[in-house]
Structures are given as C-alpha cells and as structure tokens.
Design a protein around this ligand. Sequence first.
Ligand code: 4AZ
Length: 273
Amino acid sequence: MCRFIYILLLWNWATQANAASIADVPSFRPSRIVNGEKARNGEETWQISLQLSTGGVGPNRQRTMSHFCGGTLVNDRWVVTAAHCVYKKMYITSDNLFVVFNTTNMKHPDVPNIGVEKIISAEYNEVTKENDIALIKLEAAVPTSGAVSLPPASYEANGTCTVSGWGFHKVNAGSTPNHLMAANVTILTREDCQARFGSQYTIYPGMLCAGGGETDACQGDSGGPLVCTNSTGENVLAGIVSWGIGCATPNIPGVYTNVVEYANWIQQIMKNN
Ligand code: 4AZ
C-alpha cells in the first residue's frame, strides 16, 4: 500500500514537472537573429546552445533535446548565459540541462553536447531586468579553442559588434532555424539608448545597447553572445542578449547585459567553484 502511494506521488510529481516544462520553456516562445547571415564553420566558435532533455543517452538523448537559449564559452569549463534563461526555473536542473558546443548546424545527427555540473545565477531583477547573467559549469572540459575572452576591467564597447544565435528571424516566426545565424549591430551610447526607450524604461549601467536598425537579436537568442573585436584585434564578450521591445523594431536597439560590469563577479564565481 505504502509503495503504491509512493508511486502515485512520484507519478503526480513527474506529470506536473512535465506540464510545467511544456508551458514555460522559452523555446516555445518566438525568436531568432533578424536579418542576419549564416555563421560559417570556424566562426562564432564560442556560441553554445542551452538545451533541455527529457531523457536518454547518446543519440537517444539528442532526440529529446530542444534549444531554449544561447550562451558563450569563456574557457574550457564555463559558459556565460542570461539569468532570465535559468533563474528560478525549477524545471531546469543540472541533470536535464545540456550544452551543445562546436556546432553551427543543429540538425547534424550527433551534435557534440555535454552535461552540466552546476548552474549559478546572479540575483536577477525581473522588474528592472538588472543582473541578467548566469554561469554554467560544465561536467568536463571542452576544447578551449572555441572560447572567447572576457573584457578587461577598463573595457568600453564601441563600434560594430556581432550577435549570434538560433533565435527566430522575426517576431512570431514560429520555429528556430537549424543553422546558427549572426548579425552585425552597432553599439549605442547609454544616453542615446535611454532617449530611444523613453522614460518608461531605465537603461542601467549593467546594460549595453546595440542595433536599432534592421538587424537584431530576438527571442531564443537570449543568453547568447555580443562579441566585439578590440583595438588589438582580440575578440571580447561585450554583451549577453537580454531584452528588447519586439525584434528589429525601428529605432529600438536590443539590450544586452554589459559584461564588463560583471567581470569581477564572474572571476570570483569561477575561482570559488
Ligand atoms: C527575448 O525575448 C528577446 N530585440 C531578446 C532580445 C530581444 C528581444 C527579445 C532584442 O528573449
């Protein structure tokens, strides 16, 4: 009898967890890079896809995995993503979260993917959208050649940078592309960005704006990289796709987490974990 109740409880828990994931997983909401181009092999090598799996191992696991956010490899064990992809989402655990890496075509039958050791989010503010950053420690090291550098403390992003991801190509497009897309966007000053958003929104120092033209990030690109090339030719992770008003809305830039503001926090987490 006792065992029967236990099974019933377990079944109840499992079906509820399942229902929650179907309703809430961001992959079921619209988005992808707008007006971008296909990333070529050897480009955007730092881009990863965060995927939830409902079970299986090897190719069987891959069949049950689905993309819901982007992320960036910053070294062989750590991925940077957006807090809003993982924060307070009970259905995402280190057991069902997988990181697809070294891939441009998601339809490839055996995309490289690796399990997760832990997920560490900053204190994300769902109202102001501040602190939209989280770190994911991988179960094992992946090749470092794909990683991109974190910005040095004095870094200030400017000029044209590249955003990439598997998000929708326009609002409500309906499905994510198989191929990784990338687009150039120009960094705006905080003042310019604030003026475009108006008084209803506050652009905090922990945020960075880019775009406002025909190219943009969109839902499903969230958590992914905005990478700039600095004066010495090195690629730097300047931003994390965070929020916006629609996608490629005329004059409205995309808003990114300003990674340099969190560089110390990232270093501390990586050192202590
Ligand atoms: C989103 O909902 C989202 N245009 C991310 C970025 C942008 C819009 C929406 C920027 O994940």
